[in-house]
Design a protein around this ligand. Structure first.
Ligand SMILES: Cc1ncc(COP(=O)(O)O)c(C=O)c1O
Length: 395
């Protein structure tokens, strides 16, 4: 017996599912250099344009001067520095919850929260389109794992009726590959009726959504009673790295005591927390970033609809164009790249079979003129793309 990795990789290529890593040779921003080619990018999650902001960079540099580079140890040993603690207090205040706990990545925050809250004899109910880290957390927890239909409160209710033990309902706030919003009021109502807890991972909502960037809970006006477990990530609109869970005193203390992905890992570099404190300040105070972003979203949707492209029901900076077939999506992305634009083709297993898409993401750092360039290139490439029957499109 041996591991036949070559066949596995060959099959991946044959299915048009082989993934490659574009090599970024510049900072994040609309204009990047990738594999030696200057490109206009519409695929970053830096929704507010903070990843390369001079004040955030300065905060990181000053943080490194004062605190050094490495976290040094786990939080429970000697890795919990003053900047980590200050950031937790600022995030608690921002989310209007008693406490927040900082993690090195969103993947770990999700694994930590789910596995610390439910186990054997309990139930975890997840939207079928949840992010992989939430699904993995559910599987790892040992609780009864059930996936309800996307954003469907009735489907959730039926599963909750059969649930055992403590029940945790888990959903993305903004769905990462579709850009639509979780129907939180309806999901909360079903969870509440049955004494279940709701956990929301708002990785893509913090920053773009809510009057002060407070994400989907601010958008819907929901508090800790409706959403007792709130997760945010810091590598997207915050422009830095890491994640947090916000909630009650007991929730955070439970995570510190029992969440293995929190306990058994080195803390993030404290200078990153210094940078995030600055980006949090900008995210909250510079409302013009959200306003500009919303105008770009509206312009993109109007232009893409006019081109006859199939958009999804998304009011967020994630604006996928549904293509269907993986090979077609890859070819569309390649044609765009030939014209100097970078838009990722997202394929199964990241999205369900037959729903490959171009995941266009917009940022407050984009200009209207850049969005016009994208629309013009989309129109041009669409016309060049073989139709699904293999003919050239004429329109
Ligand atoms: C919805 C969602 N949750 C969690 C994560 C993971 O966060 P991180 O990149 O910080 O690990 C991502 C993407 O990265 C995401 O899209």
């Amino acid at each position: 017996m041996s591991f036949d990795l070559a066949s596995r990789l060959a099959a991946r290529r044959a299915d048009n599912l082989f993934r490659q890593r574009p090599l970024l040779q510049s900072p994040q921003g609309p204009e990047v250099v990738v594999d030696g080619q200057p490109l206009l990018a519409f695929c970053s999650n830096d929704y507010l344009g903070l990843a390369n902001h001079p004040e955030v960079i300065r905060a990181l540099q000053q943080g490194a001067q004062q605190w050094g580079v490495g976290g040094g140890a786990s939080h429970l040993v000697i890795g919990h520095s003053q900047p980590h603690h200050e950031l937790e207090e600022a995030l608690a205040e921002f989310t209007g919850r008693p406490r927040a706990l900082l993690f090195s990545t969103g993947y770990m925050a999700n694994l930590a929260a789910v596995t610390a809250l439910v186990g054997q004899g309990d139930s975890v109910l997840e939207d079928r389109l949840n992010h992989a880290s939430l699904l993995d957390g559910g599987l790892l927890s040992g609780a009864r794992f059930s996936r309800y239909l996307h954003n469907d409160a009735d489907s959730l209710a039926k599963r909750l009726d059969k649930a055992e033990g403590n029940s945790l309902v888990v959903t993305d706030g903004v769905f990462s590959m579709d850009g639509d919003l979780a129907d939180l009021p309806a999901l909360c109502a079903e969870a509440k009726k049955r004494g279940a807890w709701l956990m929301v991972d708002d990785a893509h909502g913090f920053g773009p959504l809510g009057a002060s960037g407070g994400g989907i809970v601010e958008h819907f006006g929901l508090g800790i009673d409706e959403v007792p477990v709130l997760v945010g990530t810091l590598g997207k609109a915050f422009g830095t790295a890491g994640a947090f869970v916000a909630g009650s005193e007991e929730l955070i203390e439970t995570l510190i005591q029992f969440a293995r992905p929190y306990i058994y890992t080195t803390s993030q570099p404290p200078a990153v927390a210094c940078a995030t404190l600055k980006s949090l300040e900008l995210l909250r105070s510079e409302g013009w970033r959200r306003e500009h972003l919303n105008q770009l979203i509206a312009r993109f949707r109007a232009g893409a609809t006019q081109l006859g492209l199939e958009l999804m029901d998304s009011p967020t900076p994630i604006q996928p164009i549904l293509i269907g077939d993986s090979a077609r999506a890859v070819e569309f992305s390649r044609l765009l790249r030939e014209r100097g634009l970078l838009v990722g083709a997202i394929r199964p297993p990241t999205v369900p079979a037959g729903t490959a898409r171009l995941r266009v993401t917009l940022s407050a750092a984009h200009s209207f003129e850049q969005v016009e360039r994208l629309l013009a290139a989309l129109g041009e490439c669409q016309a060049l793309l073989p139709s699904e029957e293999g003919n050239q499109c004429t329109a």
